[in-house]
Design a protein around this ligand. Structure first.
Ligand code: ACO
Length: 163
């Protein structure tokens, strides 16, 4: 265990790997990032699921989907609530960037809602730039209104990291 100034750094104890086919899909985490099980199931079968483990327990996940020969998309990323804001999200984004670079795609994209302030902060800080808006995406694709930070999720903000 490596410590900094007496503080234990949890990031040193996180392992990231692909989910094995024999393991159950971490739906509770996936549903945190995307409230529609139907939407999740649409991209899951053609995606790779990665998990972050702490002491052999899955506490985080992200899902990579190849959109076209040049583009990978992070379709879903989630960290268990009690482990949020400790840098694990950033660690997963960096890992995903390395995975993507190794697959010889030229860009990694990620989408989040107009209301997702912390996510927009995190993704731009990790090297993603806003490259598009899918207008009314959440109004058109989700049956119930979704709110974050008291703002209605209406549009999907697409961000791109050039690799
Ligand atoms: N406003 C601005 N910044 C904020 C706010 C806020 N309200 N809340 C947190 N932050 C900052 C933190 O200070 C931190 O920045 P810092 O590193 O400069 O201190 C950063 O946001 C969070 O970074 P991490 O700790 O690396 O992120 P975390 O481990 O919490 O993971 C994640 C981020 C995945 C979004 C996690 O919070 C989560 O699972 N949320 C619920 C599910 C979700 O919304 N997933 C993303 C949906 S979009 C998609 O899946 C493609």
């Amino acid at each position: 265990l490596i410590t900094y100034g007496g503080m234990t750094n949890i990031l040193n104890d996180i392992t990231i790997r692909q989910l094995d086919e024999s393991e159950s899909i971490p739906y509770t985490l996936l549903l945190d990032a995307d409230p529609s099980m139907e939407a999740i199931d649409r991209y899951l079968h053609s995606s790779e699921i990665y998990v972050g483990l702490l002491a052999d327990k899955i506490i985080a996940t992200f899902v990579l989907h190849q959109n076209d020969k040049d583009t990978l998309e992070i379709k879903n990323i989630a960290v268990e609530e009690k482990f949020q804001n400790k840098g694990i999200g950033k660690l997963l984004l960096n890992y995903a960037s390395q995975m993507a670079a190794g697959k010889s795609v030229t860009r990694l994209v990620i989408g989040t809602s107009n209301a997702s302030i912390a996510q927009l902060y995190l993704y731009q800080n990790a090297g993603f730039e806003i490259t598009g808006i899918k207008h009314n995406f959440f109004l058109d694709n989700y049956p119930e209104p979704i709110f974050e930070n008291s703002i209605q999720c209406k549009h999907m903000i697409m961000l791109t990291k050039q690799l």
